[in-house]
Write a protein that binds this ligand. Structure first.
Ligand code: C5P
Length: 232
């Protein structure tokens, strides 16, 4: 799929800072992720400044609106130069929204679904109106299936959901996995974590890793060590 499965999360609103970090890391990661904090502040100019570093980008904007609006939003994003490698939408937007999203992206990027945000507890999920009869893991698989049926390429999921999603949706259905921590690294606010090697062994296609790389004294060395831990 992607030669190097490491996607570094550049969680900064500042495109100059993001570009500097991407420049340091470009030989050690396969991709970089930027999100709404950067895009809302710096827009396509900021995005294109970062993209000029030559690292493929995962533009994590998590669209969720009526089908027509999401499709038009994605059409705008597909006109970025270069287009992002990965974009995403909330899978709970429903089948019509997901199908419209897939049609708008039209293979120009990988389109993935956000299932259940890992910041939500079971109680939060039920309060938000999801089926109280099924637990979170089942809801995640249900939304992954819906994403696949609607033409998406994969989902974002926790390390602990990879196996069930691959079993339900097939090995080719991409899993993009945050909550990854090298052995011995600080866990910070992540809850359900796995090492890069364990997540890959479970079938993770992309490992989204932020602070263990970006806050290291030598980010390039930290990324290279993680890449080395995946070999063999
Ligand atoms: O620094 P850290 O490795 O925890 O960063 C993980 C990245 O993945 C952050 O950008 C975070 O917002 C994102 N993410 C996550 N959990 C999810 C979805 C996205 O940690 N369920």
């Amino acid at each position: 799929m992607f030669q190097n499965p490491i996607c570094v999360a550049l969680d900064t609103p500042d495109p100059s800072q993001a570009a500097a970090m991407a420049g340091k890391l470009k030989n050690h990661v396969g991709m970089a992720k930027v999100g709404m904090e950067l895009f809302y502040r710096a827009g396509r100019v900021g995005y294109e400044k970062l993209a000029a570093q030559g690292v493929p980008l995962f533009l994590d904007l998590k669209l969720h609106d009526i089908p027509n609006t999401v499709a038009q939003g994605l059409t705008s994003l597909m006109s970025l130069a270069p287009a992002p490698a990965i974009v995403n939408v909330h899978a709970s937007g429903g089948p019509a929204m997901l199908e419209a999203a897939a049609k708008a992206v039209d293979g120009k990027a990988r389109l993935i679904g956000v299932t259940i945000l890992t910041s939500l507890s079971d109680a939060d999920i039920h309060a938000a109106g999801f089926d109280p009869a099924s637990d979170t893991a089942q809801t995640v698989v249900k939304l992954a299936r819906l994403s696949k049926q609607s033409g998406l390429d994969g989902v974002v999921c926790s390390p602990h959901d990879i196996a069930a999603i691959k079993a339900a949706c097939g090995a080719e259905f991409m899993t993009v996995v945050p909550g990854v921590r090298p052995a011995g690294a600080e866990v910070q606010d992540q809850k359900r974590i796995a090492t890069p090697r364990a997540a890959r062994a479970d079938g993770a296609d992309i490992l989204v890793i932020g602070r263990p790389i970006t806050q290291a004294g030598d980010p390039a060395a930290a990324a290279a060590a993680i890449a080395a831990s995946l070999e063999g």
